[in-house]
Design a protein around this ligand. Structure first.
Ligand SMILES: Cc1cc2nc3c(=O)[nH]c(=O)nc-3n(C[C@H](O)[C@H](O)[C@H](O)COP(=O)(O)O)c2cc1C
Length: 349
C-alpha cells in the first residue's frame, strides 16, 4: 500500500491517498464569496487525491475572521461553483461554525456558544486584533437553527459542485466547544452528553446529502482556541459517529504511536484520514512523506497534509520523485489577501 495508489471514497475514486488539509487563507471577498484567485489556488493543487477546501461558514453568526468564505447565500454558492469547476480534483468543503471564535466587528452578530465563556485571547477582526466578547449561551432554538444551517449549507455545497462536506469538529470552533468540558458547562442534554450536538449535526448533514458524502474532522487534545479536551470522550464519539456510516473520519495532528490513535482506529471501521503532527515552523525536508507512511502503517487510509500543500502546489509529484520541498513563507502571508504567499509558490522544474 503506497501513498500513490487510487482509493475509493464513497462514490468518488481518488487518484492517490494524499489529501490537501483544509486551510483558511482569507482570500474570499468581504461578503464571503469565493474569488477567482481561490479557484486558481485550488486548481494549482489538483494533483491531490482529494482537496478539503477551507472552512466555510453555514451562517453569518458562525463567521470567524475577516475574508473567510461562507456557504449560506446564493452568491456564495455560485462563487464556489466557479471554484469547483476550475479544479480537476474531487473537493469536499469544510463546514465551520466559529462559536465563540467570532466577533461582532466581523459578523455584526454576537457570537453563540454552548456556554457564555469568552475566548481567552484577542481575535483578528477587520479593525485589527480586538478583545474577545462573551458569547451568548445557545438556547435549544439556537441549537435547532444551527443544525438546520449546517444541513442547508451541505445542500448548497453539493449544488456548488463539491463531492461532499467535512463537518469541522476540531480546533476549538463551535462543535469542539460542545465537546470540551471547559467550554461546555451546560446543564441540559447537550451538557450531560457533550457529543450530542456533534452527532445531531452529523445526522442532519447526512440526511441532507447522504452519509457517504460527509466527513467528520476532530483534533483530540488540541488546545488551540483555549480548549481543554477530555480525551476519554472521543472513543464514544467516534463509535457513535461510525454507526452513521459517514464517508470518513479525519483526525488532525495524529500521532501514530499514541494509544488514543490506536483506540480511535479500532473504533472506526470506515475510511480514516490522518493529518500527521509535523513540527511547527519548518516542515520536514521530505515534505512529510515519512510521517505519512508511518500513519499508513498504523492503519490510516488517507493522509492529509496542510502546509506542505500550501507551499508546494505539485506536492504529490514532489513526494513521488523525492524532489526538493519549498518551505512555507512567513506565517503572516497565510492570513493576508492577494496572490503573494498564495498562488505564487513555484512548481518544481
Ligand atoms: C494557514 C492555515 C489555515 C488553516 N485553516 C484550517 C481550517 O480552516 N480548518 C481546519 O480544520 N484546519 C485548518 N488548519 C489546520 C490544518 O488543516 C492542519 O491540521 C495543520 O496545518 C497541520 O498540518 P500540516 O502540519 O500538514 O500543516 C489550518 C492550518 C494553516 C497552516
Amino acid at each position: 500500500m503506497t501513498l500513490f495508489e487510487p482509493f475509493p471514497l464513497g462514490p468518488t475514486t481518488l487518484t492517490n491517498r494524499l489529501v490537501m488539509a483544509p486551510m483558511t487563507r482569507n482570500r474570499a471577498a468581504a461578503d464571503g464569496t469565493a474569488t477567482p484567485l481561490m479557484a486558481q489556488y485550488y486548481a494549482q493543487r489538483a494533483t491531490a487525491g482529494l482537496i478539503i477546501a477551507e472552512a466555510a461558514t453555514p451562517s453569518l453568526t458562525g463567521r470567524t475572521y475577516p475574508n473567510t468564505a461562507g456557504i449560506h447565500t446564493d452568491a456564495q454558492e455560485a462563487a464556489w461553483r466557479t471554484v469547483t469547476s476550475a479544479v480537476a480534483a474531487p473537493m469536499f468543503l469544510q463546514l465551520q461554525h466559529g462559536g465563540r471564535v467570532g466577533h461582532p466587528t466581523t459578523s455584526g452578530r454576537t457570537p453563540l456558544a454552548p456556554s457564555p465563556i469568552p475566548l481567552p485571547d484577542p481575535i483578528h477582526t477587520p479593525a485589527g486584533r480586538e478583545p474577545a466578547v462573551t458569547p451568548r449561551e445557545m438556547t435549544t432554538a439556537d441549537i435547532r437553527t444551527t443544525i438546520d444551517d449546517f444541513a442547508a449549507a451541505a445542500t448548497r455545497a453539493r449544488s456548488a459542485g463539491f463531492a461532499g462536506v467535512e463537518v469541522h469538529s476540531a480546533n476549538g470552533y463551535l462543535l469542539h466547544q460542545f465537546l470540551a468540558p471547559n467550554t461546555n458547562q451546560r446543564t441540559d442534554a447537550y451538557g450531560s452528553d457533550r457529543s450530542r450536538f456533534v452527532l445531531e449535526v452529523l445526522d442532519a448533514v447526512s440526511d441532507a446529502i447522504g452519509p457517504d458524502r460527509v466527513g467528520l474532522r476532530i483534533s483530540p487534545g488540541n488546545t488551540v482556541n483555549g480548549i481543554l479536551d477530555d480525551e476519554t470522550l472521543y472513543p464514544h464519539l467516534v463509535r457513535e459517529a461510525a454507526r452513521r456510516n459517514p464517508a470518513y473520519l479525519h483526525i488532525a495532528l495524529a500521532v501514530p504511536e499514541s494509544p488514543l490513535f490506536a483506540q480511535l482506529r479500532a473504533a472506526w471501521p470506515g475510511t480514516l484520514i490522518a493529518n500527521p503532527l509535523l513540527p511547527q515552523g519548518r516542515i520536514p525536508a521530505d515534505g512529510g512523506r515519512h510521517a505519512a507512511e508511518r500513519l499508513l502503517a498504523a492503519g490510516a487510509d488517507l493522509i492529509a497534509l496542510g502546509r506542505p500543500f500550501l507551499a508546494n502546489p505539485d506536492l504529490v509529484n514532489r513526494l513521488q520523485t523525492a524532489a526538493p520541498i519549498t518551505q512555507p513563507q512567513d506565517r503572516y502571508l497565510m492570513y493576508v489577501g492577494g496572490p503573494r504567499g498564495y498562488t505564487d509558490y513555484p512548481t518544481h522544474q
